[in-house]
Design a protein around this ligand. Structure first.
Ligand code: C5P
Length: 221
């Protein structure tokens, strides 16, 4: 039987950084489910499908192909065969993903893909609904969070290092808006699973968070 680790939490809590490092140290496969919602969102944007148009979005779900591949151990996401891993990282794609992940057909399609990936492999999967919906039987469930201020400050520093123009207050508002949208949607809202362990990384460094989750993993296996 495969061993599954689910990591859920709000945008900017450090889920992907932590999950990637853990996957390397534990020799697990890392699955970034946000990238799948972003790829679908990119498709809707490219095809001028409005975020409010549920009928067109549901229709597109029948034909769009999202798949993942691994290149030097890094997850790549393919949209109808095209590698869109870089393009989906744009801020506007993240916002569109949050707006369109509310729809039943979008979630159904991607949840099926995620469950298939975890069925026969040891995976660390991060997202919003992994512990509550995608992998309810995951042996380890973590809810990784940090204050809005901490998450905004981290994002601000990241953008500054890249030389991008940014405004801390705008970033803070974007993060708070995305939290609200993800936590208040009707289907699979972001929330801590009853059996998930809360890790608040507001005052923790990356290494400390990785060690904390590794210790939780060791207790379970
Ligand atoms: O994690 P990331 O910021 O890449 O996710 C983009 C958006 O995709 C989230 O804001 C959320 O609305 C959606 N998402 C989701 N369920 C997941 C992963 C992401 O609804 N398992």
């Amino acid at each position: 039987m495969s061993f599954n680790i689910a990591i859920d939490g709000p945008a900017g809590a450090g889920k992907s950084t932590i999950a990637k490092q853990l996957a390397k140290e534990l020799s697990f496969i890392y699955v970034d489910t946000g990238a799948m919602y972003r790829s679908m969102a990119l498709y809707f944007m490219r095809n001028d499908i409005a975020k409010e148009d549920e009928a067109a979005i549901s229709d597109a779900c029948k034909t769009v192909e999202v798949s993942i591949a691994y290149e030097n151990g890094e997850q790549q996401v393919l949209l109808n065969g095209e590698n869109v891993s870089k393009e989906i990282r744009k801020e506007e794609v993240g916002k569109m993903a949050s707006a369109t992940s509310v729809y039943k057909e979008v979630r159904k399609k991607l949840v099926e893909l995620q469950q298939k990936l975890a069925a026969d492999k040891d995976v660390i999967m991060d997202g919003r609904d992994i512990g509550t919906c995608v992998l309810p039987n995951a042996q380890v469930k973590i809810y990784l969070t940090a204050s809005v201020e901490t998450r905004a400050e981290r994002r601000y520093q990241e953008l500054l290092e890249k030389g991008a123009a940014c405004d801390l207050e705008v970033i803070k508002k974007d993060i708070a808006d995305r939290d609200y949208q993800d936590m208040h949607r009707e289907i699979s809202p972001l929330k801590q699973a009853e059996d998930a362990i809360l890790v608040d990384s507001s005052d923790m460094g990356i290494e400390e968070v990785v060690e904390t989750i590794k210790n939780i993993y060791r207790e379970k296996c």
